[in-house]
Ligand binder design. Structure first.
Ligand code: MN
Length: 231
């Protein structure tokens, strides 16, 4: 094996509920505006008959396991929570028909797509990429992945986030504009999906700012719980 000039990055490994084995994270895809009420609070309307879903990515290195305490991130004064349903891909697929899309799913998790909203909006206004607002260190929080073989296929269920014990986000997965099979079919036209890819499926409404000292606790029915503390 060739020497490397500095230590090669270690694989990023997510926990799996009820298993000692780890899930190596490859890419993190995120769906934008996948609930009408959230699109509306962002000042945008989504018409599914004329629009397609859109995506941004986060580096695998942005992964933070549930239960972590993280620092308030730099260069923002409007650091937001987005509670999301996440699919973990366990099998490769390209141009996957919608009817077969669910066979790619290894499992599900709760996710927090932590966002520097001020930087995201600044980029949006200028037509710039969203990376500074979305793809930064410790911005992809993830609960242990529950295997589909254990929980079955999930299409609906309550999704909720509490900040310091107060419920701030509350919806149901059935309100997603594009459901997982549609997302996987669409995304796989543009990328060769691979085992290890994660898909954050978008946040419901009532995103909001968090501050130092806050404790975030989320849950999705049939999937599990997620917790994050801000130092
Ligand atoms: Mn999001």
């Amino acid at each position: 094996m060739s020497a490397t000039v500095f230590p090669a990055p270690r694989p990023v490994l997510a926990d799996i509920a009820g298993s000692k084995a780890k899930f190596p994270i490859r890419r993190i895809f995120c769906v934008g505006r996948n609930y009408h009420a959230h699109a509306a609070e962002m000042g945008v309307r989504v018409d599914k008959s004329t629009q397609e879903p859109f995506y941004f990515l986060k580096d695998a290195s942005a992964y933070v396991p549930s239960g972590s305490t993280i620092d308030y991130p730099p260069q923002t004064a409007n650091y937001h929570h987005e509670m999301e349903f996440v699919a973990a891909i366990g099998q490769a697929g390209f141009e996957v028909p919608e009817a077969e899309a669910e066979s790619l799913i290894y499992g599900y998790a709760c996710g927090l797509d932590m966002s520097r909203r001020d930087l995201q909006f600044k980029a949006r206004e200028k037509g710039h990429p969203w990376d500074l607002g979305k793809n930064f260190e410790q911005s992809a929080v993830l609960s242990p992945i529950v295997r589909k073989q254990d929980c079955g296929t999930i299409h609906e269920g309550a999704i909720e986030l509490r900040v310091n014990g107060q419920t701030v986000q509350q919806s149901d997965l059935k309100r997603m504009i594009w459901q997982l099979p549609e997302i996987i079919a669409h995304l796989s036209r543009f990328y060769h999906l691979q085992a290890g890819d994660l898909i954050y499926t978008g946040t419901p409404e009532d995103v909001g700012a968090v501050k130092s000292g806050d404790v975030l606790e989320g849950s999705i029915a049939g999937v599990g719980n997620i917790k994050l503390s801000i130092r």
